[in-house]
Design a protein around this ligand. Structure first.
Ligand code: KIV
Length: 275
């Protein structure tokens, strides 16, 4: 038995028996445009995946941001397929209802054949769908994955996998040309069959314009409030688990770092008292 597969998830529970197919889950997210905002969070491990699913989030992205907030790399360009498979499998084991998306890391989708082979590996680990960065140039890869029955989540605007090429994280949608290029890319992804598109670090008004131009949901991060059809946030930003860098647009809703340190200090003191 493949311990990573969907069939090894929490079998026996009522929810498992009622579980929707991956394609139906992706269709449900697509259908939320104009109806309900789509809630999305990243997750990197079993416990967090299970907690977020119990909280009834719509979509959990096992993002390659794990390279920074879990693995301690300076950016996402160090993330490999092995990292993504390991963490996607962990999250998927804890999730019954949310759509689980596995990120395709840098250089895992350089050709349509590679994109498809690696998307299949993420699905074998329990992902319902995969995400990749970029627009017009990715269309053949997106089509190859979708033709094999795997839903694809697009990613436009600021593309973290290009951080070294671009010399930093640059806000997008500042000029008419830039907005038109993003819309062109998004329309190409929509045409290719993506069920939704992440818009990252796009000027608010531009994000709203792009959202209006599309029939599929845009999921914003760093695009201002209410400019996209849904929002995605990095879970460690939301719960305050990675205090060393918090993006300016993040809303921190808990202080896990402080609590973890306090609990560790108390535990250490309790152990030391015995000596
Ligand atoms: O890797 C990631 O977490 C992402 C989100 C920021 C959208 O791509």
């Amino acid at each position: 038995m493949n311990l990573n597969s969907r069939s090894s998830r929490r079998r026996g529970s009522t929810a498992f028996k009622m579980m929707m197919k991956s394609s139906e889950k992706a269709k449900r997210i697509r259908g939320m445009k104009g109806q309900k905002p789509v809630s999305c969070l990243t997750g990197y491990d079993y416990a967090t995946g299970r907690l977020l699913d119990e909280a009834k989030v719509d979509l959990i992205l096992v993002g390659d941001s794990l390279g920074m907030v879990v693995l301690g790399f300076p950016d996402t360009t160090h993330v490999t397929m092995d990292h993504m498979l390991h963490h996607t499998a962990a999250v998927a084991r804890g999730v019954e209802n949310a759509l689980v998306v596995g990120d395709l890391p840098i250089h895992s989708y350089d050709t349509p054949a590679e994109a498809l082979a690696n998307a299949k590996k993420l699905v074998a680990c329990g992902a319902d769908a995969v995400k990749l960065e970029g627009g017009v140039k990715q269309v053949e890869k997106v089509k190859a994955i979708i033709d094999a029955g795997i839903p694809v989540f697009g990613h436009m605007g600021m593309l973290p996998q290009r951080v070294l090429q671009e010399g930093g994280y640059k806000k997008k949608g500042k000029s008419k040309n830039e907005i038109e290029a993003i819309i062109e890319g998004c329309l190409a992804l929509q045409e290719a069959g993506c069920f939704a598109i992440v818009l990252e670090s796009v000027v608010g008004d531009a994000a709203a314009e792009i959202t209006d131009a599309l029939e599929i949901p845009t999921i914003g991060i760093g695009c201002g409030e209410g400019n996209c059809d849904g929002e995605i946030a990095v879970i460690t930003d939301v719960v305050g688990a990675y205090p060393w860098f918090v993006p300016p647009f993040a809303t921190v809703r808990a202080d896990i770092a402080k609590d973890t340190k306090r609990a560790a200090v108390e535990y250490i003191a309790a152990v030391k008292r015995r000596s």
